[in-house]
Design a protein around this ligand. Sequence first.
Ligand code: HEM
Length: 151
Amino acid sequence: MAELILTIHIIVASFWIGGMLFMALVLSPYVRKLPQSTQAFQEVGRRYSLWGTVIGLPVLFITGLFNIKFISGLNPFGFWSVNAPYVQTLKIKLGLFFLTVVLAVIHDFYFGQRAHLSPKYKNISRILGILNLIVGILIIYFAVKLRLGGC
Ligand code: HEM
């Protein structure tokens, strides 16, 4: 069971980070050259938002709770008071996860949807997207730290 849950967690994490890297490094340079580039970004963004933000982030949270139980051997709803390096790292990872959720929701459902209205909304959408990629990479770093026992 632990293996299955961690496999799902890692596949969804790969999709989340990989999708953002793909957009930034592969798709964006091409789409920016198109005449209707903002609309194209919105179309792609809507699909990524469904699979990544609406489905992916909740799946990461739920499978993450099972990882805490099956892999870390902690109570997913009672580990907060445990004073151990592993738990400190887990708290940082969770904090970054909630930051990602906030950034993704603001990006996808506010600025991204209004990007065609003004260059200001477009730039803010871009900055939020880049910020979320950085936060995502940090989450991977702390996930690796967890594997190695925590900070
Ligand atoms: C964007 C969100 C997330 C990403 C990208 C992510 C990524 C990862 C990755 C790549 C691993 C595999 C590390 C390894 O075992 O070698 C992992 C493991 C794990 N994740 Fe996440 N994760 C995310 C969210 C969460 C959340 C929300 C929780 C808790 C509710 C969580 C809890 C865990 C735990 C406990 C492990 C096992 C760590 C260990 O090996 O001891 N993750 N995560």
